[in-house]
Design a protein around this ligand. Structure first.
Ligand SMILES: [Zn+2]
Length: 371
């Protein structure tokens, strides 16, 4: 739709079997086939969420992809009308599972729920995601921790590329057997080494995939390094395909990723932080338990049009939080997700109206002032 002449930001349309998505887009995370605290009606009708993320690792372990297939697929199971993207489970295997063993054929891991043993292969994670019926599937990747030595990062990145080739050819075979409209995205790895990121991206471009993800971010690295890792691949990943930065970021970082050519992002921060009492507003963060909000009659964010901000005071939200009420999580999550979606709408509008560089300068200045 539009490209920023000064940065790599672009505004586009991403067509899926479950609707067209305006990009750049933020995808709320529905780990267990639910965004904690919100109904699907809240998400689709009130917040106008066009795409949700589901976690293959969690859904595979419980309730199991075969059960979800029997129930008509994830869309029907959770009654979600719009698009779904699922990750491959790689990130959770590496971050949640206590015991794991990586081999050339895949990864054997222990469930964090009951200690039972399982394995993921590049082929099996494609099959699991097809059983779920995701619109956009991710290939199995190895997500190394941070920091990691260059030598190991290279070995791991090369394995991720081999897995991506295997996953892709398995996916092509499955699509040839029963043609349905799914997309499979390979994932660029290479830790925080720009040379490895570039090498990985170049190898994955040969797969001519429908889109590309940049993974291995938010693993404990300093924030500037995550941006550098994304920047390293910006010239290599095809301009005509969507690019997805996995697991980022804070509100001030969203336009930074967009400026580096990213079209899609997901993050648990807005929902998780909401439940912990950390709220994102257009005027900065609000830690709702602070005593100063005890008798504050104003809305959480005077510039926000969400249901929470239109109807409730900071004093009431603080009271619900202090009392451990379920309604607190419901109202807080609704606002934080709305805040992220508003930021993405502003970014998209800025790109289309040729004012993105100015928008970016304002965001940088306001966060620099806020410290
Ligand atoms: Zn609000």
């Amino acid at each position: 739709m539009a490209e920023c002449p000064e940065t790599r930001a672009r505004a586009g349309l991403l067509h899926t079997p479950h609707g067209t998505i305006e990009t750049p887009v933020f995808m709320p995370v529905g780990t267990q086939a639910t965004v904690k605290g919100l109904t699907q009606r809240d998400l689709a009708n009130d917040l106008n969420v066009q795409i949700l993320l589901g976690n293959t690792y969690h859904l595979y372990l419980r309730p199991g992809h075969e059960l979800i297939r029997q129930m008509g697929g994830l869309h029907r199971f959770m009654s979600w009308p719009n698009a779904i993207l699922t990750d491959s489970g790689g990130f959770q295997v590496f971050s949640l599972s206590g015991l794991r063993k990586i081999s050339e054929s895949g990864v054997v891991f222990q469930s964090h729920l009951d200690g039972s043993r399982h394995s993921f292969t590049p082929e099996s994670t494609v099959d699991i995601q097809l059983a779920l019926g995701s619109d956009i599937l991710m290939v199995l990747d190895e997500c190394p921790e941070y920091p990691v030595r260059h030598e190991y990062a290279r070995e791991s990145m090369q394995r991720t590329v081999r897995w991506a080739r295997q996953a892709n050819s398995h996916f092509q075979n499955r699509m040839a057997e029963s043609p349905t409209a799914h997309a499979l995205f390979p994932i660029v790895q290479g830790s925080m080494f720009p040379d490895l990121r570039r090498e990985c991206a170049a190898a994955l471009v040969d797969l001519d995939a429908a889109g590309y993800a940049v993974g291995g971010l938010s693993v404990g690295e300093p924030r500037p390094l995550s941006l550098e890792a994304v920047e390293a691949t910006a010239d290599i990943l095809p301009r005509a395909k969507p690019r997805y930065a996995m697991g980022v970021g804070m509100p001030a970082e969203l336009p930074e990723y967009v400026a580096r050519g990213i079209d899609m992002m997901d993050c648990v921060l807005p929902s998780r932080n909401a439940r912990n009492g950390y709220l994102f507003t257009s005027e900065g963060r609000v830690i709702i338990k602070h005593a100063r909000y005890r008798d504050d009659p104003g809305p959480l964010d005077p510039n926000c049009q969400c249901y929470t901000c239109r109807n409730y005071s900071r004093a009431y939200l603080r009271h619900l939080f202090q009392s451990g009420e379920i309604l607190y999580a419901v109202l807080a999550t609704r606002h934080n997700i709305c805040r992220y979606l508003d930021i993405m709408r502003d970014i998209r509008h800025a790109i289309i109206s040729s004012s993105f560089p100015e928008y970016l300068r304002c965001v940088r200045a306001s966060f620099a002032n806020a410290g």
